[in-house]
Design a protein around this ligand. Structure first.
Ligand SMILES: Nc1ncnc2c1ncn2[C@@H]1O[C@H](COP(=O)(O)OP(=O)(O)OP(=O)(O)O)[C@@H](O)[C@H]1O
Length: 473
């Protein structure tokens, strides 16, 4: 996914030596900085950035706030598995080293990020969570001085090389595994002591080189089911040498040569940024024209989430304007950060874990299943009982009905047979043909009814006897 380079501005607090000068820049809001030309109030320019930071009474709070508002996100991206890069750009003496490294009393972004990275590591590694994470943290520190790469922690000769996939790396640069915040801060201190500094008119401790402190983080997350998720990321923290005008910095001799090399690499950086910022990019971006852009190839237009901090001095109109124009251009540059993750499966661990989980699940299932089955069966039995009770009651009532009807019908039949028999015997002496015929038919019919009643009676009796719950009394 593409992402624009995030650009923030940090306005330095006026120094004592600037107390007589007029402040020309002012942070108006979180995203807006205003610059005014000396003596020409009408020449005011507003610049918009992703974040604009000013200064307060407390230098300590300013340092902490900058880390929290801006830099912490890049640690979090790195923990997700993205390569990240923060670089400080600005004229000499504008506060780049103060922002990136700071001092023991006023630590900058690099030591704060190291501190927090180890806090996160401790938190993950001591967590009771079943998914454990192991960290491997390594660091390296280099400087680019007069167009050559120098290892600030090792003694090897370094060379910038290109891999087959067109990414670049520094051959010979030593990396050190670190296991505590003290260890990594020690490397940072050792390297900073070795970096090339010199006094200029603008800054007594002016960085004469570009420095890159890189933290490589490897995380291995082991899930209880044997999945291993590996995340790899590199965090590049860059303190660029200051852009400067030779007459303003008062440089001569060696300082002047350094200055022209610094300016050469920064102007190449500017050209690369300008080309990357174009909607239709040229096919050839001049990364190779300077050691700085060649090393930073991935961070500028490739696989990285990148942030530029444009440091500006509060009293220098020309330099501040130039820095802010440069920074505005950088805002249009897109990078293409990808998650550097890889998922593997440890078959043996997975088998064991799955078997164990299966046993647990089966146990749990049978417990849950047993209870549910018993409940369901009981419900069924209850329903069947109710149903059977209702049926028995209905049959009982029907049987009682039938039986009383039968008793009544059979007594009527007996009466009828008796009446008919007496009529038949008293009429036998008469030869009344038609009367006799009807009487015989009547008798036959009554016998048929009698037989039918007898059959019904037997059937009902049988049904009632098969149903012991019915008491006919
Ligand atoms: N935000 C700030 N608030 C107060 N003082 C600051 C701030 N930023 C920088 N300074 C002070 O300004 C001076 C110059 O700062 P710093 O050395 O960081 O500048 P730089 O941009 O790294 O310069 P160079 O490019 O020459 O190395 C230092 O004394 C530093 O303590």
């Amino acid at each position: 996914m593409s992402d624009n380079i995030k650009v923030s501005v940090r306005l330095r607090k006026p120094l004592e030596r600037e107390s007589a000068e007029r402040v020309i820049a002012q942070v108006v809001s979180e995203n807006l900085i205003k610059v005014e030309q000396r003596a020409k109030r009408e020449e005011t320019r507003n610049f918009e950035f992703d974040l604009c930071c000013t200064y307060s009474e407390s230098l300590e709070e300013d340092q902490a706030q900058l880390y929290e508002q801006l830099a912490r996100d890049y640690l979090l991206h790195a923990l997700d598995g993205y390569n990240t890069c923060i670089f400080a750009y600005g004229q000499t003496g504008s506060g780049k080293s103060h922002t990136m490294t700071g001092s023991a009393e006023l630590p900058g972004i690099v030591p704060r990020m190291c501190q927090e990275l180890f806090e996160v590591r401790e938190m993950y590694e001591s967590s009771d969570d079943q998914a454990s994470t192991q960290f491997k943290i390594r660091c390296s520190y280099l400087e680019i001085y007069n167009e050559t790469v120098r290892d600030l922690l090792g003694a090897n000769k370094c060379r910038i090389r290109e891999r087959a996939d067109k990414t670049t790396f520094v051959e010979g640069l030593q990396e050190f595994e670190v296991n505590s915040v003290d260890e990594i801060l020690d490397y940072l201190r050792q390297g900073s002591e070795r970096k090339t500094v010199g006094a200029t008119l603008v800054n007594e401790q002016s960085s004469r080189s570009h420095t890159i402190f890189t933290i490589n983080v490897e995380q291995k997350e082991n899930s209880p089911l044997g999945h291993v998720l590996e995340r790899r990321s590199s965090i590049r923290l860059i303190d660029l040498a200051g852009s400067e005008r030779a007459n303003a910095s008062g440089a001569t001799g060696e300082r002047l040569k350094e200055g022209s090399n610094i300016n050469k690499s920064l102007s190449t950086l500017g050209r690369v940024i300008a080309m990357l910022a174009k909607k239709k990019q040229p096919r050839l971006i001049p990364y190779r024209d300077a050691a700085l852009t060649w090393v930073l190839k991935e961070s500028l237009g490739g696989n990285s989430k990148t942030c530029m901090i444009a440091c500006v001095s509060p009293c220098d109109f020309e330099e501040t304007m130039s820095t802010l124009r440069y920074a505005t251009l950088a805002r249009s540059v897109k990078t293409f950060a990808q998650l550097n993750t890889q998922e593997t499966v440890d078959g043996k661990v997975q088998m064991l874990a799955m078997r164990q989980q299966l046993d647990e699940l089966q146990g749990a299932l049978s417990r849950v299943g047993d209870q549910r089955l018993v409940r369901e069966q009981m419900e069924k039995i209850k329903l069947t009982n109710q149903f059977l009770e209702a049926r028995i009651e209905r049959e009982r009532r029907a049987a009682v009905d039938y039986y009383s009807q039968y008793a009544q019908a059979s007594s009527e039949r007996d009466n009828l047979v008796q009446v008919l028999s007496s009529i038949v015997s008293s009429l036998q002496s008469f030869d009344g043909g038609k009367i006799r015929e009807s009487l015989v038919a009547l008798k036959q019919r009554s016998e048929e009814i009698g037989k039918q009643l007898e059959a019904d009676h037997l059937e009902i009796r049988g049904a009632i006897e098969a149903c012991p719950s019915i008491d006919l009394q």
